[in-house]
Design a protein around this ligand. Structure first.
Ligand code: ATP
Ligand code: MG
Length: 408
């Protein structure tokens, strides 16, 4: 195998100044957890980067797993050699030979992190390129727009050679930016919104409103499946709060204000979400709203609905198009579950013409007409059931889902 290490680069962490070392330690923990089923790997932290020695582990499945870890901006399969010209040249040749194209252009980009190395960057570029050209007659140099950029990084104890830079998931390590609750329906949008919130380093606890027995057991299973999938990205058990919403929904429907029912329901949902957020010490509420997508997501509706919530309302999908959201849902592995045809509590009461421009005063007056609403909201919070979910992945050898130490 040409490559024996993986070089991992952290992205946004670098902007964090003095918190950097804490972030790096957290990253290492999360990477180790994500790769826990590969016991042959060794981890080396140096120069604000992380190197993984593959040992006998295969590169491809490790790389696949790394693509889902938040906080990694990119990574590269690298070949490690002695920090000495002959070894570097041979390593560079081996890396170039691993490319299938016979005729390609390349350029060498050396960087010298160890100032004791006897050749400066310019001469190292030339010395390495000359060796490749001599041994690979079909390869040409193109310094402006090469097919292959051959990187050589010289450190005191090792030198690393690589060409490929694979984009990572980006963002911040999971949980490093605080905690939020998220409204998770069984639809396409909200799981994607949760994923984006998680990627920004927010620890997320999901809240789902169900109207059992009007909504089926299958509808609830669907949300559980989505939450399990999201737990894969968390790298820790993912909490799902299941809120019984039947009574509130029925009471709101009794007002006879059919066109405002979704607005009223959403306002009650947010009030409940806020109470749960207080309990679990979360400082924001995430939703899957996307501007203009449906009647409840016009600016006017978002305004009337959002008034009930004092915490910051985070809407990662607000400016995304549906097709972009669908593409992301497919990428993160939630789409197939989201399109299963089970009813949501809101679809039960979907009016023929939902208000696109609800009037705040009218909505508040209707709510004042239900003096027991506050009590019902408090009861829904009391009766909330909380699940802790882990991915439906094969449990790695030597650990079990019940083994909490395994989760950091
Ligand atoms: P989604 O695909 O996320 O369901 P949507 O386009 O169908 O979104 P709505 O159904 O109007 O839009 O919901 C808007 C947002 O309200 C959702 O993204 C979600 O955050 C929240 N929401 C809706 N229904 C529920 C529910 N039953 N439980 C929890 N949150 C919900
Ligand atoms: Mg929906």
């Amino acid at each position: 195998m040409t490559f024996d290490h993986i070089l991992i680069r952290f992205g946004e962490i670098t902007v964090k100044g003095r918190n950097r070392s804490r972030f790096e330690a957290e990253m290492l923990k999360q990477v180790k957890h994500a790769l826990r089923s590969f016991p042959g790997l060794t981890y080396i932290r140096t120069f604000g980067r992380l190197y993984i020695a593959l040992g006998n582990e295969p590169y491809e499945p490790v790389a696949e797993r790394l693509k889902d870890v938040f906080g990694i901006s990119s990574f590269s399969p690298v070949k490690r050699v002695e920090p000495e010209l002959g070894a570097i040249r041979e390593g560079a040749l081996a890396v170039m030979r691993s490319f299938p194209q016979r005729e390609a252009t390349f350029k060498v980009k050396a960087s010298r992190r160890w100032k004791g190395f006897p050749h400066d960057t310019m001469s190292l570029n030339h010395l390495v390129a000359a060796h490749v050209l001599r041994n690979m007659p079909h390869i040409k140099v193109d310094v402006h727009n090469p097919d292959i950029e051959l990187n050589v990084e010289v450190q005191e104890h090792h030198a690393y050679v690589y060409c490929e830079v694979i984009p990572g998931a980006g963002g911040f390590p999971y949980g490093s930016n605080g905690k939020a609750v998220a409204l998770l329906s069984g639809g396409i949008d909200s799981p994607v919104a949760v994923w984006y919130a998680m990627r920004k380093g927010l620890e997320v606890e999901a809240i789902h409103f169900h109207s059992y027995p009007f909504t089926s057991k299958e509808a609830q299973d669907k949300v559980v499946t989505l939450a399990k999938r999201l737990s894969h990205y968390a790298g820790s058990p993912f909490k799902l709060h299941l809120v019984p919403f039947t009574d509130i929904q029925t009471r709101l429907a009794q007002t006879g204000q059919e066109h405002l029912i979704i607005t009223l329901m959403r306002r009650s949902m947010l009030r409940i979400a806020q109470k749960i957020a207080e309990r679990v010490r979360a400082l924001a509420v995430v939703t899957g709203d996307s501007l203009g997508q449906v009647a409840s997501q016009t600016l006017s509706s978002l305004n009337v609905i959002g008034r009930t919530c004092e915490l910051p309302l985070l809407r990662p999908l607000i400016s995304m198009d549906k097709l972009e959201i669908i593409a992301m849902a497919k990428r993160i592995g939630t789409y197939e579950t989201s399109i299963l045809p089970y009813e949501d509590c809101c679809t039960l009461f979907v009016p023929k013409s939902p208000a696109t421009n609800p009037n705040l005063r009218v909505v508040e007056r209707i709510e004042r007409g239900i003096p027991e609403l506050d009590e019902m909201i408090a009861k829904a919070v009391e009766d909330t059931e909380t699940l802790e979910l882990t991915p439906d992945e094969p449990v790695p050898a030597g650990s079990s889902a019940a083994d909490r130490d395994d989760w950091f």
